[in-house]
Design a protein. Sequence first.
Lengths: 149, 382
Amino acid sequence: MVPMGRLARAGPALGGAALAGAARLLRVPRRGARPGADGDAAAPARWEVVTVDRPPEQVLPEGRWPEPLRRLDGAVEVRVRPAPGDRGTELAARPLAGVTPPTGLAAHLVGDDPGLLVRRTLRQIKQRVEAGEVLRADRSALDRPEVHG
Amino acid sequence: MRALCWVAIGELAVREVPDPELRNERDVIVRVRRSATCGGDLPLLAGRHPLLRPGDVLGAEFLGEVVEVGPEVRRHRVGDRVVVGASVACGGCWYCRQGLHSCCDNAHADLASADPDWARSDAGCFGRPRAAGGFAGGHAEYVRVPYADVSAFRVPDAVDDERAVFAADVAPTGWLAAELGAVRPGDVVAIWGAGAVGQLTARAAVLRGAARVLVVDRHEERLRMVERHSDAEGLDYRRTDVAAELRDRSGGRGPDVCVVAVGTPPARSRADRFGGQHADRPDALREAVHACRKSGVVVVLGGTAGFVDAFPLGALTERRLTLRGAGRPDLRDVPMLLDRMARDELRTEHLATHRLPLAQGPEGYALFRDRADGCVRAVFTP
C-alpha cells in the first residue's frame, strides 16, 4: 500500500474530491506495536484531527501535503475527508507505528507525547489555511533584554 | 514603555516593560489613549489563574491610535483612532464566519497548550497569560493587536474616548446577552447585577423593545444609574422579596428573559473549603432559574462560576427553560454599537466613575475590586 503523502505528492493534478476519496481508502499498514493513547501497548496511536473550514483542494493544494506536515513525512500517516454539512475538511494524522522516537533536541521539544507535535502541526496548517498565517505569541520580557525603569 | 503588571497575589505595579512589536503580518501597534478595568481581571488579580506570571500586563478593554501597521492589514492606517474588541479572532475560521468571534479557532497564541485534554482553544484575549492563549494587555502605553482588520474598529469622530472605550467589551457583552435571550418587543427582562455589563444589558434590552426591564442589585448608586441611564427599574434585594416583586411586575408570569451578570464571585473561604464546600454557590443563578417564566431563557454572563453546586436542574427541565452562556462578546456588533453611541442612543461614559492616570492603576483596581467610593469602572490614561 502507498503512504498517503507519497500518493499526494505523486499526483499534483489529482482533484480534491478524488483525493479525498482516495484518502479514505488508503491507510499505511501498521509496522509494529506502539503504545496507544489508552496505554495498550498493542493499540495504534490515536488519530489527532482538526476540521479546516475549506474544501480539500485548498487544504492539500495540488494534492500535496502542506507545510509543515511535509516535514513529518515518514513519521505520520494522514487521513483526509470532507467534513459533513459543508464544514470543510477533516484532516487527521497520527504517528506511524514502529517509527523510532525522536532523540536529542527533538525529543526535548516533543517530550514523551508524539501526539503533541502532531496536534501542533495540524493546528498550524489550519491557521495557515483559514487565517493566512500562524499566529505568534507576544514575546515576553523573558525573551528580550530586561528593561530597567 | 510603562505598563500595569501583575506582580503577586493582590499586588499590581506600573513597570517599565519592552515595547510591543509586530509579530505577524496582520498586526498593528496601537498607542493607548484609554483603558478600562474589567471584571475578568479580578480573578487574575487574586492569583486564581495558574498560568499568570509576574510581569504579565493586564487590560482587556482599550482604545487608542494606530502607530504601526503590518503588511497584510487592509482596513487600518497609521493615525486611525480605534477601539479594540476584547476577543482576538482570525475572521476566517468556521466560527468567525458565523459571527461567533469569541469561539475563534485560530487566535490561541500558544499552540503548545492546544491540547484538548488541557483546554479547548478559543479566541485570544488581551491581558491574559500567554500560555492561556492571551496577549499583553491594554493597561500600557502601546499594545500589539493581532488580526487587526477583524479586531480593531475605527471610532466615529462624534464618539469621544470616554464613551468609545466601552465598545471594546462591556457594550457588546450587554448586547450579546439581550441577543442570546432573544429579547423581543413587549418582553419583561430581569437582570441580576447592576455593574457595567448589567447596566448595558438593560440598555440593550430597552433598545430591542423590552416593555419592562428590572435590575437586581444592592448598591444604591448603581441602581440609581440603571434608572437614569438605562431606562430600567432597580430592585434592591436587601429591601425587597425579589421573587415576589418579579412575579408582581410581570403579571404573575415571571420574566421572559433572565440575565445573570453578577461577575466573578469572591474566592471561597477557608471555612467553606474545610467544610467540603469546593464549588461556588450560584445564588443569583438559582434565583433567576426559579423566577423565569415557563419556557423562558436564562442567560449567564462572564466568569460567574467555574463549578457550581446546588444548581436547580429540576426547575430547568420541568419548566422547559433554555440556559445560555457567554464569557466574552463577539466582534460583529461593535460597529453597530459605535453608531448607536454616535447617535446618542447608547451612552456609556457614566460608567467611568474613576478616571485616573495609568500610574494610579493599582489604586484604580483596588477601588474597582472593592466597589469602593461608588466605583463601577476605573478608566486609565497612559
